[in-house]
Design a protein around this ligand. Structure first.
Ligand SMILES: Cc1cc2nc3c(=O)[nH]c(=O)nc-3n(C[C@H](O)[C@H](O)[C@H](O)COP(=O)(O)O)c2cc1C
Ligand SMILES: [Mn+2]
Length: 502
């Protein structure tokens, strides 16, 4: 099933699948939506379309990505790993042998060629054009998310810039604090590509912001691609068709033709404002800091445009599944440079940058430490504060099992590595912002070649008896979710429950 072509198709799909509730009651975008959505997300509830947000004629869509099922529907896959598999098949391409393989190879290459965005003459995102004096952010139901926030924030934007030197496009998701009816702050954190584009100009940088896209393109804005790769190409690849773009009216950029709303404008060197505090995905308020001012020179939209939003806060929040999609989709790319990685998990409660659990196929001493260093050197994963390494047969998504391995297999003096390096912009724990301690825990089995005693055998039931009990299970009349060859369904449920636990 192809992913939805625009936000409206997406809403229709959610509705058909029983995944969306329309709310007719007038609801206040100031805090009230947050409390509703926080309860809904934490209960695994549906996407919500607020049809009458107070003070705006535009409906507000929220929680479109709030469950694993919806994230899969968004990407048009049955499992998030299926999206990764598609990428893996391209990354792992080998020189083809024989005609059949050559044809298959060409198909894969075509899927890459078809991923490039293409410019079209017109699109619904420009049905209405408000320029200069007509620009009015007050038209939108921008949410004031948390009590300590100083203003409303646009929370689900795709922010588009071009590198002034190379011309490469970048699309990122960066919150935007509303300053007045024609400007916002632009929260480009220290390690992000948008900020690099900003720093590379000595004057003005054109910026356009797309709101209300098809879900794959929205997701792609949050994906941590290397700087030289256009996120719209990833979107095109995952969608299986190119993202269509239209030229902006008041700056040099192009924006998705299918957007609900577009803000065109610019930022300028030296033009900064205090941004924040903001109730952030760390579960705490991130401190007020200076960030560039985004001046809006045009606001274009569809007639009856729908405004998209998301609330981050104490995990788990809606962004959990955007993060999980990235975790899955990037695994094949990570394996390209760290092939011993079998699987990994970024716990939602660890706000993604605080903790990585990684299972490796170990074949030499020091390999867990090699993998820790590799993670601390890989893209935005380099900001990870703690890395836990386990053996390949450990299920890293089962946090109780990881806890078991860490407590059982670790000699703290031998297996804990403390080091230091760059930390996430939002990490409030280190003494100094951006830089501090890191911990690596080697919870793998060790053996004499690593200078330890003989490692004991793990307790495992024989296959013969397990199969026998599988076969006879119903006969015992015990019933329960322990049913199944190896308790897999029970374990999966447990993992899901953990994810949702506060
Ligand atoms: C809901 C949501 C809000 C985000 N807000 C910000 C933000 O305000 N500032 C920021 O630098 N990154 C933010 N991020 C993370 C970036 O979108 C992410 O790191 C992305 O890779 C940035 O794109 P870039 O790598 O092209 O810079 C947010 C992510 C999500 C899912
Ligand atoms: Mn980027």
């Amino acid at each position: 099933m192809a992913p939805p072509a625009d936000l409206r198709e997406w809403i229709a799909l959610l509705e058909r699948e029983g995944e969306l509730v329309r709310i007719k009651a007038e609801v206040e975008p100031h805090l009230e939506v947050t409390e509703i959505i926080d309860r809904t997300v934490k209960a695994g509830g549906p996407a919500l379309l607020f049809e009458n947000p107070k003070g705006s004629a535009h409906p507000l869509l929220i929680n479109q990505f709030g469950t694993e099922r919806r994230m899969c529907l968004a990407l048009g896959v049955d499992r998030l790993d299926d999206a990764a598999a598609k990428l893996e098949s391209v990354l792992e391409m080998q020189p083809p042998q024989g005609l059949a393989e050559k044809v298959k190879g060409l198909k894969k290459l075509k899927s890459i060629a078809d991923s490039m965005p293409k410019t079209v003459r017109s699109g619904p995102s420009q049905e209405i054009v408000l320029q200069h004096d007509q620009v009015d952010l007050d038209l939108l139901p921008i949410q004031h998310c948390w009590p300590g926030d100083p203003a409303p924030f646009i929370t689900l934007p795709a922010v588009i810039t071009r590198d002034p030197k190379t011309g490469t496009r970048n699309v990122g998701m960066y919150r935007m604090q509303k300053l007045d009816s024609k400007s916002t702050a632009m929260h480009w954190q220290l390690h992000k590509d948008g900020r690099m584009d900003y720093l590379a100009t000595d004057g003005r940088l054109d910026v356009s912001v797309a709101l209300g896209l098809d879900p794959v393109t929205t997701y792609s804005a949050s994906a941590p691609l290397p700087k030289h790769i256009d996120e719209l190409m990833l979107a095109g690849f995952l969608k299986g068709e190119p993202v269509e773009l239209v030229k902006c009216n008041t700056n040099s950029l192009e924006v998705p033709a299918n957007a609900e709303i577009v803000l065109e404008g610019y930022v300028e060197q030296g033009d900064l404002t205090m941004e924040g505090p903001f109730g952030d995905h760390t579960g705490y308020y991130s401190a007020a800091e200076p960030f560039p001012v985004f001046h809006v020179t045009a606001m274009t939209m569809r007639a009856d445009a729908i405004y998209p939003s998301i609330v981050v806060g104490k995990p788990p929040a809606e962004d959990a599944w955007l993060g999980k999609a990235t975790e899955r989709i990037f695994l094949p790319a990570i394996r390209m440079s760290v092939p011993e990685i079998v699987d990994y998990d970024l716990p939602v409660a660890g706000a993604f940058h605080n903790c990585v659990l990684v299972a490796i196929r170990k074949s030499f001493p020091g390999q867990p430490q090699k993998v820790m260093h590799a993670i601390w050197g890989l893209g935005l994963l380099s900001l990870t504060k703690s890395v836990v390494v386990v053996d390949e047969h450990v299920n890293v998504h089962d946090y109780e099992e990881v806890f078991f391995r860490v407590t059982a297999n670790v000699d703290p003096k031998r297996d804990v590595m403390l080091t230091e390096g760059p930390l996430d912009h939002l990490d409030h724990a280190p003494t100094r912002q951006f830089y501090g301690g890191k911990i690596g825990i080697d919870a793998t089995h060790k053996g004499p070649d690593e200078g330890t005693r003989e490692w004991p055998d793990e307790i495992v039931m024989s296959d013969e008896i397990r199969l026998l009990v599988d076969r006879r299970w119903r006969e015992y009349g015990i019933d329960s979710d322990a049913e199944g060859a190896n308790g897999a369904p029970a374990r999966r449920n447990r993992v899901l429950r953990q994810l949702l636990r506060r």
